[in-house]
Design a protein around this ligand. Sequence first.
Ligand code: ADP
Ligand code: MG
Length: 555
Amino acid sequence: MPEKKQFQTETKQLLNLMINSIYTHKEIFLRELISNASDAIDKMKFESLKDPEILENDTVFKIFIDADEKNKKIIIEDNGIGMSYDDVVENLGTIAKSGTKAFMEQLKNEKSDQETLEMIGQFGVGFYSAFMVADKVTVETKKWNEDNGVKWESDGSGEYEIEYIEKKNRGTKITLHLRKDLEDEDNFAKKEKLEELVRKYSNYIRYPIKMEVTETDEDGKEQKEIKTINSMESLWRKNKDDIAEEEYSEFYKETYHDWTDPFDVIHFKAEGSTVEFTSLLFIPARAPFDYYTKEYKRGLSLYSKNVFIMDKYEELIPSYFSFVKGLVDSPDFTLNISREILQHSKNIKVMKKNIEKKIHQALKSKINNDREKYQEFWNEFGRGMKAGLYENVDKKDKVMDLLLFETSNSEKPITLDEYIENMKKDQEAYIYYAVGESRDSIDNLPQMEAVKEKGFDVLYLTDHIDEFLIQMLHDYKGKQFKSISSSDLKLKDTEEKKKEEEENKDLLGKIKELLSGKVKEVRLTDKLKKSPVCIVSAHEGMSINMEKVLKELDQ
Ligand code: ADP
Ligand code: MG
């Protein structure tokens, strides 16, 4: 007797959404199920590297697709790792992902189909997308090291049934019973339709996706034949000159679940030197939903001659370039290498250096040649780059020329190099900055007046992290960062200042007496033009803002 089980609450909500509120792009269900099949084969392949015997006589990895137009059924079958009873309950009854909460939060707001689908891709709730097109889903699966198979079945409405079954072959077979209310264009139980979708979404899947087709031969006789639909070729091992831009885009979108073309693609081969490797990197155009959360994990996938080894390997990407997606393929990796061993490998360091250099070059070239696009990129990832730099100030020379700042003299954000280029002749070797909530609030600071009158440009630091970062960085190309709130701005020469201070000594003393207990000191300043007075922080160089933040942190 099958056991009836309830879906976890979040799963129910998600299923409800899949079934009732997505009307377009239903076709992505196929990509999700194929990518799961491919993942499952990856895992089996990995297991079998340790002991090839476990494959028994099922040694050719493949994904098989079938359609039954009359009965409106689709089947997707793989000979991957399979699932045990507990695996099925865990994987197909709950959403175990840490990103789920964020996902559900996002869903509370009104979203278009497109936005919802983008989220589905990014949060990896892939399997449940089957219920966009099916009113019953049957999963039959057998894990490679189990004797029994397991059958799971649900109509997506709140509960599912699960039982042990007899199953001969290792792997997973998913049967979708298509909904009756699908539009004509969504008639997926047609082989031609499935073939088209595989080419569109799953062409680079490393394993053959096979389907039985009926061909008519010369004599008009119908012949059944099993055909491989996808190209299977890994893009990165092809010659760069033979790859069209769209191929890169399609690969990127399929692999990294994005719906937007990447901002830039970096594809290179390092040969001859100590290490040999190929790398294919993508700079996304838009930040993933979890990019600014703890859940986001940076890293590249590792392959050895086309064979997948591991993903999210973070040692190859510095934290300030955490937004980069991609992979490295090298014959130097051994298949069962561990993260620990890699960490100590000299080759990894060489690779990292190379990769970092390429990313830097690519971004630099965008700054110089396509500022508008770079600006958009910066809006998405600038904060992340700064946060990464904050953790690695010793690497500042490698990153600082990529930062953009809004400034008082320029309409659009500029680089620090551009700031220096435009420095006034009588400007001290300082890069001035001001801290505040917004451009407007900084413009209203009394301290801005004198600096502006001189025509000196001022960086607007409006991100929370900016001020901490700038202080850590200290200088750029020998030009020190200087807060417009610091007491010594060097706008006037010191002789004159001393004289004025001497003349007003009594007055200053009186004011200090009157405000005693409220201020630490009363000083003359050359920073003000229209306002008579202003309050500055007693801590040299620290803004009132930063003091506030530190107080909040109780430091
Ligand atoms: P994700 O693929 O991002 O993990 P899915 O919702 O697509 O999320 O799949 C959930 C889990 O179900 C997978 O992580 C995997 O453990 C399991 N699973 C799904 N399809 C298969 C399959 N064909 N073979 C083995 N396990 C599978
Ligand atoms: Mg998946």
